[in-house]
Design a protein around this ligand. Structure first.
Ligand code: 6PG
Length: 471
């Protein structure tokens, strides 16, 4: 039997798994890795030479090399591979040991795995990890969910390797059960929303105003120095400035306009619908990726459905100012929708998620990090029960100061037939949320007329049905 000595184990020594292990080793933790691919084990040994790192190809030797209670993380593709690894390790695990799934797993799968492993006297932590390969190596944001006891076992390690915001580690327990994977799913939903918003703004600048990629990059770079400072704006500048190595042209112009997705954005929308929570900016960001996939039909329709509308209505300088405000306020609205969903999910699933803690761990290391997240954290610190970020006075002040420009930005896109679904959904969300009276009374009347579904009244208690004329 191998000598028990390693603080932490990692299954899956792809780029992410190796990067995270090396990060842990840099912080003085002795770490073990497992992969059936000897090439990856060799890569771990060469990249980790001189560090307390050891790779294994035998599950048994790997498990037995880790100190008890064993904490073993999996960084393997979501879905069947997680179950396959779990089953391959289980025979060697002992009561009190636990597995950590660091992939983008569907939260209902995590619930099932928690149940299955708990029944075997083992534990399971579903942990969202954000930041990609460089995040894993230099400091990711991590969103674990599970029991406080199991989290305590890994807390020193994950706090050491996590990204830091003003010295505070971007990792904390998100709540019980599948809370970590749920929070990561919503993180990705917001990621879809913000990526779509930036792409709509790029589209207007390019097709509507006629700006070059370099000019757009300069504008986004200047925005990124101030209130719009964010990872997604920052990387958009890089994408816009990168030249194609083969042709020397702007690479962005050569990339196919069909956006792929792995499912987390869709899961956010699906579960929001199950919970009855409106997150329209995110919903239409998912739909926009689907629309992008209909490339052949779009090419045909571009010939037969030519727009008859006028050109972009604003002078360039005005337009840039409107778009800047539009991005600021609609980004805040994306966070507001995602966090309102998290609040509801925490109640429904009994997670016990603290939204200030969520905002804290999103401030650095993750894909949706932005200057706004400190404002958002402060909002939840001031009022932990905030039903929606729009009810926070500081955030409301920003939204009210910029909403007119968001509206102008939406009008500009619509006037020249350019799709701006996430910008449009953002202003509609704001207008809906602050409408004391919505036209849902007419919907209730229609439902009662054709289906005797009944309705409630404003002026008296109870449930009513009317024998409508013309039935
Ligand atoms: C992160 C990212 C990461 C990954 C997404 C991309 O936080 O590091 O969200 O998890 O890039 O899975 O998702 P799509 O392929 O669905 O765009």
């Amino acid at each position: 039997m191998a000598e028990t000595q390693y603080d932490f184990g990692m299954v899956g020594l792809g780029t992410m798994g190796r990067a995270l292990l090396l990060n842990m080793a840099d912080h003085g933790f002795a770490v073990a890795g497992l992969d059936t691919d000897t090439g990856k084990v060799d890569a771990l040994h060469s990249e980790g030479s001189g560090k307390p790192v050891k790779g294994f190809t035998s599950a048994q030797e790997f498990v037995q090399s880790i100190r008890k209670p064993r904490a073993i993380m999996m960084l393997v593709p979501a879905g069947a591979p997680v179950d396959a690894v779990t089953h391959s390790l289980a025979p060697y695990l002992e009561a009190g040991d636990f597995l950590i799934d660091g992939g983008n797993s569907y939260f209902k799968d995590t619930d099932r795995r928690v149940k299955e492993l708990t029944a075997q006297g083992l534990g399971f932590i579903g942990m969202g990890v954000s930041g990609g390969e460089s995040g894993a190596r230099r400091g990711p944001s991590m969103m674990p969910g599970g029991t406080p006891e199991n989290y305590e076992r890994i807390r020193p390690i994950v706090e050491a390797v996590a990204a830091k915001y003003d010295g505070e580690p971007c990792v904390a327990l998100m709540g019980s059960g599948s809370a970590g994977h749920y929070v990561k799913t919503v993180h990705n939903g917001i990621e879809y929303g913000v990526m779509q918003l930036i792409s709509e703004i790029y589209d207007v600048m390019k097709r509507g105003i006629g700006m070059s990629n370099a000019e757009i990059a300069d504008v986004l770079e200047s925005w990124n120095q101030a209130e719009l400072q964010s990872f997604l704006v920052e990387i958009s500048v890089v994408v816009l400035r990168t030249k194609d190595e083969i042709t020397g042209k702007d690479l962005v112009d050569l990339i196919s306009d069909k956006a792929k997705q792995k499912g987390t954005g869709k899961w956010t929308s699906q579960d929001a619908m199950d919970l009855g929570m409106p997150i329209p900016t995110i919903d239409v960001a998912v739909a926009a990726r689907e629309m992008s996939g209909l490339k052949d039909e779009r090419v045909q329709a571009a010939k037969t459905l030519k727009p008859t509308t006028a050109g972009y209505p604003y002078p360039k300088e005005d337009a840039i100012a409107y778009l800047r405000s539009a991005l600021h306020v609609s980004m805040l609205l994306s966070y507001a929708q995602g966090l309102a969903l998290l609040r509801e999910a925490s109640k429904e699933y009994g997670y016990g998620t603290n939204l200030e803690t969520v905002a804290k761990v999103w401030r650095a290391g993750c894909i949706i990090r932005s200057a706004s997240l400190e404002t958002i954290r402060a909002a939840y610190a001031a009022n932990p029960d905030l039903p929606n970020l729009l009810m926070d006075p500081a955030i409301a002040a920003i939204v009210l100061a910029h909403e007119a420009n968001l509206r102008k930005a939406v009008i500009g896109s619509i006037q020249c037939s350019m799709p701006a679904p996430s910008l449009s959904a953002s202003i509609a969300y704001l207008d809906g949320y602050r409408s004391e009276r919505l036209p849902a009374n007419l919907i209730q009347g229609q439902r009662d007329l054709f289906g005797a579904h009944t309705y409630e009244r404003l002026d008296m208690e109870g449930s009513f049905h009317t024998h409508w004329e013309n039935q």
